[in-house]
Design a protein around this ligand. Structure first.
Ligand code: SIN
Ligand code: MN
Length: 288
């Protein structure tokens, strides 16, 4: 899949592109039906909501689950991002966010690149966020919200929030959010939230400011979030465990377009368990 000139222009202007229903119901089913078993595992890579057993984020499923390993090599997602960066990509982060019915907690306003710079020493914002909906996303189940064009502001000042939710995040203060929303049009488009059927995909810039509210509806909002980084822009430090910030900078080779409905063979390096080394962290800069 290649982006048109109009899509490239819209991405540059707004900081995101939305593709409603890009993956078919059958493709989504293959992925969604693997989630309950992954979430049931008592492993470090399942981060649960504060004070609840519901999974907030499952990390690194592409390392141990065949359907997600195939998704991680899907050309409908990889090719447009390669086109935007004009370079091969590696997987920096892979999450299946639960945002479960009644239980899913907020994600405060933040930029992902803020975390990748501060924690992982990623040199430039040459990494793309991709969201793929495994459930319908509607106004009630905690849709992702964007401040259009906020990526143009570069890296914004942020504070490390270790308490609001179960997952530490570099978040942006409310005064700055108010200014950014005003600048983007205030009540007329200053905040947007792409909503659509399961199988929809969003590409969004790593400096785009985003957030989501809690899910008080009776509908799960399971979405996959992948962060694809240009290979030459790989992280310089392993301050976070490997299941959160990956350390294998090998370029991704795509599978054929029908890889979610046919059993193409895929490598599952953590198929028999995550190695102890994936939990080791260091504040040192990695050797060149
Ligand atoms: C994220 O910002 O990484 C996740 C937000 C969400 O799942 O709503
Ligand atoms: Mn984020």
């Amino acid at each position: 899949m290649q982006l048109t000139a109009a899509q490239l222009e819209a991405f540059d202007r707004d900081g995101f592109l939305f593709f409603p229903g890009l993956f078919s119901p059958q493709e989504v089913k293959t992925l969604n039906s693997a989630v309950p078993e992954l979430y049931s595992r008592r492993e470090a890579y399942n981060v649960r909501e504060k004070g609840s057993d519901a999974v907030r984020t499952n990390f690194a499923a592409h390392m141990y689950s065949a359907p997600f390993a195939r998704l991680a090599r899907h050309p409908r997602m990889i090719k447009p991002v390669e086109q935007l960066f004009n370079e091969k990509l590696y997987m920096h982060q892979f999450k299946i966010n639960g945002k479960m019915a009644f239980e899913g907690d907020v994600w405060q306003w933040h930029q992902d690149y803020g975390t990748w710079l501060n924690d992982d020493l990623m040199p430039e914002p040459r990494a793309m966020n991709v969201a793929i909906f495994l459930d319908e996303v509607n106004e009630f189940n905690g849709p992702l919200m964007f401040i259009p064009a906020s990526h143009k502001k570069g890296v914004l000042e942020a504070g490390h929030d270790l308490t609001t939710t179960s997952y530490p995040l570099w978040t942006i203060d409310h005064a700055l959010i108010s200014q950014l929303v005003e600048r983007a049009g205030g009540r007329n488009g200053g905040i947007v939230s792409p909503q659509g059927p399961a199988g929809s995909m969003i590409l969004f810039h790593s400096c785009l400011v985003h957030a989501s509210t809690s899910n008080l509806s009776p509908w799960n909002r399971v979405s996959v979030y992948l962060s694809l980084c240009a290979v030459s822009n790989h992280i310089q430090r392993h301050k976070r465990p490997e299941y959160i910030a990956h350390r294998d900078f090998t370029p991704i080779d795509c599978l054929p377009d029908d890889c979610l409905t046919k059993d193409y063979p895929v490598d599952l390096p953590w198929g028999k368990g995550m190695p102890g080394s994936a939990l080791q962290t260091s504040l040192d800069r990695i050797a060149a």
